[in-house]
Design a protein around this ligand. Structure first.
Ligand code: GDR
Length: 356
């Protein structure tokens, strides 16, 4: 009998990669999609559904979200991956009733008598660490910081720990640092960069406006990180893990790598909010329509965050040691994959613009 997995927010970046991984491993996969056309904007789930009879989608409205027990009774999952994470600042998604919190899901598991059979993974966030500049983060440190969104995430984190310790449930938190891919939303800086620069090479945009170019981030590939989520539920004992590469780059370095992949050498001039990325050389036909000397990156103070984690080193050694996990994709390879995907989109859009 194949194992049954339930993934919340399956149409998001992580949900779609995780579904692909589990289907390859022979799982029957059930995914929850919020019953909201604005959120349900990725077609990945439809692609998967077409080729896999063991792939099922459940559209949840607000009442079902507050009571996932009915679905659990129906499918009796061996593993639940709760990826219903809220990120960014305070949003309606932080409010009770908008997502499936750890408490709701863990209580639903108990109410269905599944507490000794169903394993629970909670997608926690590096946002738990809050505003910590220059400190080193290891697997044991969490910090309380004042933001309604973080309060919700911290509450989810400790709820999972509490259910593990109080009821002996197999519940773990994965504390994920930034993980990106061509499926990443454009509101994050990596996708904004790869999409913006690809559009510039195809004449669809003139300049990419960014905020803090000096911000340091530990970026990994989402495809590598979902393997780690699965591994966490295959352990003998439930534990929490930090998932990161352990290597940091600046936003400026990310832009430079992306430009190089598109055949543009950038030179940065100016300082702070005056800083600009100027084309120093064109080294590929993709960028042939551009000119040396064009300014294609500019700092726009409106994108500079008032409170920002600009530097925090991460130590994911527990995952390496205990799970034998290491990220397989380097930042350079991640950039190449994202740039090539966005270049294909941009070329298509440019053709449509030209020929209608
Ligand atoms: P982050 O990701 O806030 O770290 O959230 P994001 O990609 O938004 O920012 C990364 C860094 O880039 C700097 N930056 C810009 N960011 C955006 N979005 N747009 C810009 O134009 C821009 N210019 C510079 C930012 O200042 C920042 O330093 C990630 C996600 O994985 C969340 O899910 C998670 O909760 C947090 O990390 C902790």
């Amino acid at each position: 009998m194949s194992k049954v997995a339930l993934i919340t927010n399956i149409s998001g970046q992580d949900g779609s990669y995780l579904a692909e991984l589990l289907l390859k491993k022979g799982y029957t996969v059930h995914g929850i999609i919020p019953h909201n056309p604005v959120l349900n904007n990725k077609s990945v789930s439809d692609d998967l559904h077409a080729g896999h009879p063991e792939f099922h989608i459940h559209h949840f409205d607000h009442t079902e979200i507050s009571n996932p027990g009915r679905l659990l009774a129906l499918i009796r999952p061996d593993e639940i991956y709760n990826l219903d994470i809220t990120s960014g600042t305070v949003t309606h998604a932080t409010l009770p009733g908008a997502g499936i919190s750890a408490l709701r899901m863990l209580e639903a598991i108990r109410s269905q008598g599944l507490e000794h059979t169903t394993r629970y993974y909670h997608a926690s966030s590096s946002a738990l660490y809050g505003l910590v500049n220059g400190m080193s983060i290891n697997d044991m440190v969490t910090l309380n910081v004042p933001s309604a969104n973080r309060v919700a995430q911290i509450s989810d984190f400790w709820t999972a720990v509490n259910y593990r310790e109080t009821f002996g449930m197999f519940a773990c938190n994965g504390i994920l640092f930034n993980h990106e891919s061509p499926r990443r939303s454009e509101s994050f800086v990596t996708r904004k960069i790869t999409r913006g620069l690809a559009n510039i090479t195809q004449g669809l945009e003139k300049c990419l406006y960014l905020g803090n170019l000096n911000a340091l981030r530990d970026w990994g590939h989402a495809r590598d990180y979902v393997k780690m989520q699965w591994l966490m539920l295959q352990q003998e004992k439930p534990e929490d893990f930090v998932i990161a590469t352990g290597i940091q780059f600046t936003v400026r370095q990310f832009v430079t790598f992306a430009a190089l992949e598109l055949g543009i050498k950038l030179r940065f001039v100016g300082k702070g909010i005056e800083e600009k990325g100027v084309i120093a050389a064109i080294i590929s036909p993709v960028a042939a329509a551009l000119k040396v000397g064009d300014v294609i990156v500019e700092v726009d103070p409106r994108y500079i965050r008032p409170a920002e984690v600009s530097k925090a080193s991460v130590n994911p050694s527990k995952a390496r040691r205990q799970l034998g996990w290491a990220p397989e994709t380097s930042l350079q390879d991640l950039v190449i994959e994202m740039v090539q995907a966005d270049l294909a989109f941009a070329k298509k859009a440019a053709r449509l613009k030209l020929y209608g």
